[in-house]
Ligand binder design. Structure first.
Ligand SMILES: NC(=O)c1ccc[n+]([C@@H]2O[C@H](COP(=O)([O-])OP(=O)(O)OC[C@H]3O[C@@H](n4cnc5c(N)ncnc54)[C@H](O)[C@@H]3O)[C@@H](O)[C@H]2O)c1
Length: 482
């Protein structure tokens, strides 16, 4: 998978001495047109296809997808809108082989983020990888090593990091603007539907290269809707916690100012009210211990009550964070407000969120770093994306190593965990409103796992440590030596 890109190729042909092909060749031609290919163009990848051409000096030259129907549709739309045709790739390895490509954008599912990034770095491409940073904790470390070894610019798509007003505000929070921090709470309260339980084995669409789609994961198909619903299977997705969690938990971690793993994690949750093949929880409470302040996270994918279409709210928010300080509290997401202890708004926190939910500012930041060749110019390099995404993986590991217990025992079991008792009460009331029988239902009581932030492992806990990485299905294996 190691190849040279167009600029390196040109530079190598003309330069007498090129000591570091990847970095030197590119910085010497920093004002060149940047040639980008988007890999995975169904949904978020399509926003990248439309966003990158708006950045001066950037040319989107190709699109890649393993679903020929998606690829055909997106390239046709692109041609109509931008007036030129894109090169079509049906295998991402051919993108990496192409010396005419400088940078790739990975809009592929989570299980491809690690390998796609490592291969990209090995091939001399800069990489914009969507969130979550990785599918598991170990491979994020491999991504970090690959970016460093091949001197590549790798941005993780956690775009709020590019909001100037949040950069400024969190700095103030670290300097005590809210007083000493008491806790930070993340909230993601949405409404989703059951994915069903097909009675006959689902078949991949005839337009899809299913083996390549599955990559490192199993080829067994258990979902009727091929795209997107992979989020709810551990082989490819990371639950709601690893889906929208990276955005929320990144803000929580930013607020706490933690540049390392927490010292412990615990979780409770389950998949309720739906009779379907999905494996991941649709109701999840998490708690992370940091020296400065604990983080809790409440996730619900069910509506306020059976048959309703509205979503729950906590302090007026369906999603976002609440930073509780001794002197004031912040509530918000893209923008927010600071309230005094009486709940009176004393300050609005707002600013430019750009277009496309903040993604355009984040793309511009990526391009700036590609031009400067400085990872320090990135707002969300692999390390930052890894630390925030790790919170999702740690919560899922707590969940997966836990045990199924009667839901009726929940409140008693969390009573020694401050902040979890309230949340557990809200959770059980919400489940009852969604028709869950509190007397007979079970809850997955995740284990409270101690973490060593230095090693980023669970001391003396082999069962939990095993889940730090996955089994890779050959040949789609993230290498030990990048
Ligand atoms: N930053 C954000 O705000 C944001 C928002 C939505 C999604 N995302 C992330 O973007 C990623 C994609 O999400 P989505 O909703 O677009 O998913 P999707 O399932 O709708 O689309 C994924 C596309 O990738 C293609 N694909 C799969 N494996 C491939 C491979 N090996 N090579 C080329 N193409 C491949 C699929 O065929 C599909 O067209 C996810 O990881 C998701 O978490 C980020």
């Amino acid at each position: 998978m190691v190849s040279v890109n167009r600029r390196q190729f040109l530079a190598a042909a003309s330069a007498a001495a090129v000591t570091s092909m990847t970095s030197n060749a590119r910085s010497a031609e920093a004002n060149d047109e940047l040639r980008v290919v988007v890999i995975g163009v169904n949904s978020i990848g399509n926003t990248h296809l439309n966003g990158f051409p708006k950045i001066p000096g950037v040319k989107v030259v190709g699109a890649c997808d393993v679903d020929s129907a998606v690829l055909g549709k997106r390239t046709e739309e692109f041609d109509k809108k931008f007036g030129y045709g894109l090169k079509k790739y049906d295998d991402l390895r051919r993108v990496y082989d192409d010396p005419d490509v400088d940078a790739v954008v990975l809009g592929v599912p989570n299980h491809w983020h690690g390998l796609g990034t490592v291969w990209g770095c090995q091939a001399g491409k800069d990489v914009y990888t969507e969130k979550p940073c990785s599918h598991n904790i170990w491979e994020a470390g491999q991504m970090e090593k690959a970016a460093a070894k091949y001197d590549r610019i790798v941005q993780i798509g956690i775009q709020r990091r590019s909001f100037k007003h949040l950069q400024d505000f969190f700095q103030e929070v670290h300097q005590g603007a809210l007083g000493k921090l008491k806790s930070v709470k993340g909230i993601y309260l949405t409404r989703r539907e059951s994915i069903g339980r097909p009675t006959t084995a689902p078949q991949p669409p005839s337009t899809v290269n299913h083996d390549l789609w599955c990559g490192p994961g199993s080829t067994k198909l258990q979902r009727a809707k091929y795209h997107y619903d992979w989020h709810w299977f551990w082989d490819y997705g990371n639950a709601e916690l690893g889906n929208n969690g990276p955005h929320i938990l990144d803000l929580c971690r930013w607020a706490v100012g933690a540049e390392e793993f927490p010292t412990s994690v615990s979780s409770v949750g389950g998949r309720y009210a739906w009779d379907d093949n999905g494996q991941t929880p649709n109701t999840h409470l998490l708690r992370y211990e940091y020296a400065k302040a604990p983080i809790t996270f409440e996730i619900r994918d069910l509506p306020t009550a059976t048959g309703k279409r509205d979503t729950c709210k906590y302090k007026g928010l369906s999603y976002g964070i609440v930073i509780e300080g001794e002197e004031a509290t912040y509530l918000g997401f893209d923008t927010g407000k600071v309230v005094d202890p009486d709940g009176k708004t004393i300050r609005e926190i707002k600013g430019d969120t750009g277009s496309d939910g903040g993604r355009q500012l984040h793309r511009e930041n990526f391009v700036k770093a590609v031009r400067s060749r400085k990872t320090s110019d990135l707002n969300c390099p692999v390390r930052a994306g890894h630390l925030s995404t790790a919170l999702c993986h740690l919560g899922n590991i707590s969940h997966l190593t836990g045990e199924s217990l009667p839901l009726a025992s929940l409140e008693e079991r969390v009573q020694d965990q401050p902040l979890m008792t309230d949340a557990a009460t809200r959770m059980t009331e919400h489940l009852a409103a969604n028709g869950v029988d509190l007397d007979s239902a079970a809850v997955q009581m995740g284990r409270t796992l101690a973490i060593d932030p230095k090693t980023e492992k669970f001391p003396n806990d082999e069962a939990a440590n095993r889940l730090l990485r996955r089994e890779y299905r050959a040949p789609y294996v993230v290498p030990e030596q990048v």
